[in-house]
Design a protein around this ligand. Structure first.
Ligand code: FES
Length: 143
């Protein structure tokens, strides 16, 4: 699979890939966002349900295709996001995702690893951005 790291983490990634958690759809999601890995064209779509105060993530579902890393990352992230304050999602970065995966990710695969995290973050940014018209955000594709 082209990833290094300990067997335990590799097993965990394979397990999430084969049995993705929270795979599917949530009909009455607070927001839904889809994103693409520009390197390969694979997409992940994510539904997020926030609590009534819109401060905490209550439920997450995702669907899409992609390599083992992207799917396992989406599955693991969906578990991590459940119960997480939206603020914490906004602060996540690629290192948090790589730590979550627990394996070495080659530069070629970083976009696979962070795809789901970008989708969740961009979805939140767009959702809150549209609610607060003065909080304008510019799309820059950070590496
Ligand atoms: Fe497409 Fe990894 S190769 S998401």
């Amino acid at each position: 699979m082209g990833i290094g790291g300990s067997d335990m983490y590799r097993q965990q990634i394979l397990d999430h890939y084969k049995n993705p958690r929270n795979f599917g759809e949530i009909e009455d999601a607070t927001f839904t966002h889809v994103g693409e890995n520009p390197m390969c064209g694979d997409t992940i779509e994510m539904d997020v349900v926030l609590d009534d105060d819109e401060e905490v993530i209550e439920r997450v579902a995702f669907r899409g295709d992609g390599c083992a890393i992207s799917q396992a990352s989406a599955s693991m992230l969906s578990e991590q996001l459940t119960g997480m304050p939206v603020e914490d999602l906004e602060e996540m970065d690629r290192d948090d995702v790589i730590d979550m995966l627990g394996v070495d990710i080659s530069p070629m695969r970083v976009k696979c690893a962070v795809l789901a995290e970008k989708v969740a973050q961009d979805g939140a940014e767009i959702y809150f951005g549209e609610k607060n018209v003065d909080k304008t955000t510019t799309e820059d594709d950070e590496e």
